[in-house]
Design a protein around this ligand. Structure first.
Ligand code: XMP
Ligand code: MG
Length: 176
């Protein structure tokens, strides 16, 4: 058991299982993207550890870049608008792999993906470390998904509870 701020978390997925599974995803990408020089776009902050391990597993030519998403209330009926900060790369004709830490409701990606498509990439796929299928509310599906998990809060491997816990090499889940 570990304590992060006021909450108690218990071990959930070990570093060994994480490394094995992330290696498998890297292999899938190696096969599918050989000769295509994909550009991975990691979404900060949560994805940085997963993105690093996934990227290290690539043996093909590949590039990586990171962006930060800032959401604010729009004045239109669409509500929240998500804008990317730090996206300087020319995406035109590129094969893009978005790298996320977790797809929860899918809201973040569903508001951000149009911005990517707007830049005319050759293809766009999504790699996520975790998915919470029970929480999904938007039409977002990961192409490369390391683990499906139940609808509970997790920390570790880049994911935080109020800023803490990202440096844990294993994944922990909120204890009841
Ligand atoms: P949506 O709903 O947009 O949410 O898919 C994605 C973002 O929500 C955060 N999130 C979590 N962060 N443990 C975390 O540390 C969790 O269990 C969790 N669930 C959602 C996360 O920032 C993600 O990018
Ligand atoms: Mg977070």
């Amino acid at each position: 058991m570990i304590k992060v701020h006021d909450k108690t978390f218990v071990p959930f997925i070990t570093r060994e299982d994480i490394q094995k599974r992330v290696g498998e995803l890297a292999e899938m990408i190696n096969e599918e993207y050989a000769g295509k020089k994909p550009l991975l776009i990691g979404i900060l902050n949560g994805s940085f550890i997963f993105a690093a391990d996934l990227f290290r597993g690539l043996t093909i030519e590949a590039e990586i870049s990171f962006i930060k998403l800032v959401s604010y209330k729009g004045t239109t009926s669409t509500g929240n608008v998500v804008t990317a900060i730090g996206m300087e790369e020319d995406l035109h004709g590129r094969h893009i792999i978005i790298v996320e830490d977790i797809i929860d409701t899918g809201k973040t990606l569903s508001s951000f993906l149009p911005e990517i498509h707007h830049r005319n990439p050759a293809s766009v796929k999504i790699a996520t470390f975790l998915s919470k299928p029970e929480a999904l509310k938007y039409d977002i599906k990961a192409d490369f998904n390391a683990f499906n998990i139940e609808n509970k809060f997790v920390v570790g491997y880049g994911l935080d509870y109020d800023g803490l816990g990202r440096n844990l090499p294993d994944l922990f889940i909120l204890s009841e």
